[in-house]
Design a protein around this ligand. Structure first.
Ligand SMILES: NC(=O)c1ccc[n+]([C@@H]2O[C@H](COP(=O)([O-])OP(=O)(O)OC[C@H]3O[C@@H](n4cnc5c(N)ncnc54)[C@H](O)[C@@H]3O)[C@@H](O)[C@H]2O)c1
Length: 264
């Protein structure tokens, strides 16, 4: 199936690691121009080169997505480089897995900035352009934790639940301009270390301790009907499909890609 993404321009936040990396590479394979936004220059550049080595168009932009001015700058750079923005994938996210009472309140902003606020910022920065051209597709990466809650992920889940609701609001308000907004909820997708950025949540020692291979295997068998955890490519396939015009009558939806972990 031709997804019709050739020469479309796509912004992917957090494109240097794991799921964002797979999303970027898959858009590249579809012939899209991909703008990779990441705070980690080394890994962002690696992904940029991977796309280019396969004959695709990619441009890395170093930015901190938690600052609104950076979102505006990224959109300007995308327009200067490629002339249009057709798809925005808000993919950056972060967690470190602690029980609620062990998270000091002064740390709440970090979860909210990286999981929710940056989605508001990038959406705000890109929408005037999409409204003007009366088309666009926004895909937000939430989490199954945002649908059903999760042990050790209280603030993260609250932020991801916010992403789901925000997605519906944008879909309702901007559908009249031909703009679609959907939300993808991955299940546990633990990457090989070489596919992560230095800033990846999976590089944190406390997270590595929580997910050793034997725990991953147990989790897959006990909680996932398809009896395996996710691969970044599983998520990327759905993101690229939903972003494409093949889904032109799909908006405001929350779609789990999680081997049946949650069912709605
Ligand atoms: N991997 C999973 O198990 C899983 C499960 C459910 C949902 N998700 C969601 O999927 C998305 C991707 O997850 P992942 O596992 O690939 O994450 P990851 O931690 O491996 O990658 C996140 C990327 O964001 C970048 N980043 C971090 N802070 C940034 C900042 N301030 N500005 C710009 N870039 C920044 C990092 O450098 C990294 O490249 C996230 O939204 C996450 O919450 C992941």
């Amino acid at each position: 199936m031709d997804l019709g993404l050739k020469d479309k321009t796509v912004i992917v936040t957090g494109g240097g690691s794991n799921i964002g990396r797979a999303i970027t590479l898959t858009f590249g394979e579809e012939g899209a121009n991909v703008l990779i936004v990441d705070i980690d220059e080394e890994n962002g550049r690696k992904v940029e080169k991977l796309v280019q080595d396969k004959g695709g168009q990619a441009k890395f932009v170093k930015a901190d997505v938690t600052k609104y001015a950076e979102a505006e700058r990224v959109v300007k750079e995308a327009l200067a480089a490629f002339g249009s923005v057709d798809v925005l994938v808000n993919n950056v996210g972060w967690d470190d897995f602690y029980p609620f009472l062990e998270i000091p309140p002064e740390k709440y902003d970090k979860y909210l900035d990286l999981n929710l606020r940056h989605v508001l910022y990038f959406t705000r920065a890109v929408l005037p352009h999409m409204v003007e051209k009366k088309s666009g597709s926004i895909v937000n990466i939430s989490s199954d934790a945002g649908r059903v809650g999760e042990f050790r992920e209280s603030i993260y889940s609250a932020a991801k639940g916010g992403v789901i609701t925000f997605t519906k609001n944008i879909a309702r308000e901007f559908g009249r301009f031909g703009i679609r907004c959907n939300c993808i909820c991955p299940g546990a997708t633990v990457p090989p270390e070489e596919e992560t950025s230095g800033q990846s949540m999976f590089r944190q020692e406390e997270v590595k301790k929580l997910f050793p291979p034997e725990v991953q295997e147990k989790l897959a068998k006990s909680a996932y009907p398809l009896r395996r955890l996710g691969k970044a490519q599983d998520i990327a396939n759905m993101v690229v499909f939903v972003a494409s015009d093949r889904c032109s009558w799909v908006t405001g939806q929350t779609i789990s890609v999680s081997g049946g972990y949650t069912m709605f």
